[in-house]
Design a protein around this ligand. Structure first.
Ligand code: MLT
Length: 408
């Protein structure tokens, strides 16, 4: 008999968003006349910016000519895109990141799931609770998380850092020392951000205890307040303790195109068996072995968001989603809900009414208002009695969804 990877068998149920999709499909099948509004998964709805479409067309045409045709992309990414990211997302903000510290990929989900591979099998991870499920599940698959307790919804070998209204949705330094710390700010799912001073404490802590921070900056484009960091490299000392994940999905609408980047500074190194090892070289080795690069046409599309027109168009897109966020936030408040997030993020995080569980509220909203959201408990035990709505719908659908919720 063959042997499956038993760590996969430890995972409970299916991936959160697959479970939700199945539930919604079943509801639609038994209620074909109902118009369901989906504010669940954080998937964008607006068409790609014009500058991106133009770059795509041009790159496609280049593939039609022998002189301009491109085959395999360089495994770490095309220089034009690595340069555009390092220049615009980092150096323009005063962060010292070199072009060759940027690795191009097919998105932040893949990278956030794969990055654990370059750390020891017995590395202990710390995660915020609630948390984007990929960080935990990918470590479970790697055999790092111990056993799952169905009663608590927790893994025996994971350090959970609760982020609830009581602590302002900001994790506290853990009492047990982790090796890997996953932080995502502005946060998915709570939609709350932390200040630069708060993030600096994490950088100082990681440098002190010798831990690495995996900083997921997928939502940085939604930051509207001044004291919120767009990158962890705005903090002093981050080059020796942090890896940053960037996404083109939420800012520029690439959820279908797929493009992301991971930043690993050369200064992130350890001494191992008497030799100095750069985590940069491990990730480069991994990329070279397991990945053939994001498509040329998609990398050209990514480059286009940094052109003057691209920048304007991306800003407009974000502003329109943030108009939805404000409508959701204000509408729910008016309806008497306790609401968080939505100011530096496209996610609105609310307290479920009447002490309903997150899944009870999910069913209630689906059945009574035909609106889909995401149950907070799906992101971890501290998400229980919370619920997430996204601002990524169309304005019309967002208004209708909130009006239906108000009318309940
Ligand atoms: C979410 O809804 O949390 C995100 O869309 C998931 C993702 O980006 O993979």
């Amino acid at each position: 008999m063959f042997k499956p990877n038993e760590d996969y068998l430890k995972l409970p149920g299916s991936y959160l968003f697959s479970t939700i999709a199945k539930k919604v499909a079943a509801f639609q099948e038994s209620n074909p006349d109902k118009k369901i509004i989906r504010l669940g998964i954080g998937d964008v709805t607006k068409p790609l910016p014009k500058a991106v479409i133009e770059a795509l067309h041009k790159a496609v045409d280049e593939q039609a000519n022998a002189e301009t045709f491109r085959g395999y992309a360089p495994d770490l990414g095309y220089e034009f895109l690595r340069h555009a990211i390092a220049e615009n997302d980092f150096r323009a903000r005063g962060c010292n990141i070199a072009d060759d510290e940027v690795f191009i990929s097919d998105g932040a989900k893949s990278d956030s799931g794969a990055i654990q591979e370059i750390f020891s099998k017995d590395a202990k991870i710390a995660v915020c609770d609630p948390v984007y499920p990929v960080y935990v599940d990918s470590n479970v698959m790697a055999g790092r998380c111990g056993d799952y307790d169905e009663n608590t919804g927790m893994w025996s070998n994971v350090i959970y850092m609760p982020c609830t209204a009581e602590n302002g949705f900001a994790p506290e330094l853990p009492s047990e020392t982790p090796d890997l710390i996953y932080l995502c700010f502005p946060n998915n799912p709570t939609g709350e951000a932390i200040t630069k001073d708060q993030l600096q404490k994490w950088v100082d802590y990681a440098n002190k205890v010798g831990a690495v921070i995996i900083f997921d900056a997928a939502y940085e484009a939604y930051i509207s307040e001044d004291n919120i960091p767009h990158s962890i490299y705005e903090c002093k000392g981050a080059r020796t303790c942090a890896i940053e994940l960037r996404s083109f999905s939420k800012n520029a609408g690439f959820t279908g195109l797929r493009l992301g980047a991971t930043i690993i500074p050369h200064d992130l190194k350890v001494s191992f068996n008497g030799k100095e090892v750069e985590m940069h070289s491990l990730w480069a080795r991994r990329h070279g072995t397991k990945y053939n690069g994001a498509p040329y046409i998609v990398q050209r599309a990514g480059e286009a968001i940094y052109s003057p027109e691209g920048k304007v168009q991306v800003k407009e897109m974000i502003a329109s989603y943030m108009k939805n966020a404000k409508y959701i936030y204000d509408g729910l408040k008016e309806a008497g809900y306790t609401v968080y997030g939505g100011k530096n993020s496209p996610y609105i995080w609310l307290k479920t009414p009447d002490n309903m569980t997150s899944w009870e509220f999910f069913d209630y909203l689906l059945e009574k208002a035909n609106v889909v959201g995401t149950p907070g408990s799906g992101f971890g035990p501290s998400g229980e009695h919370y619920f997430r709505l996204t601002a990524f719908g169309s304005y019309e659908n967002t208004v209708e969804a909130i009006n239906r919720i108000k009318a309940l």
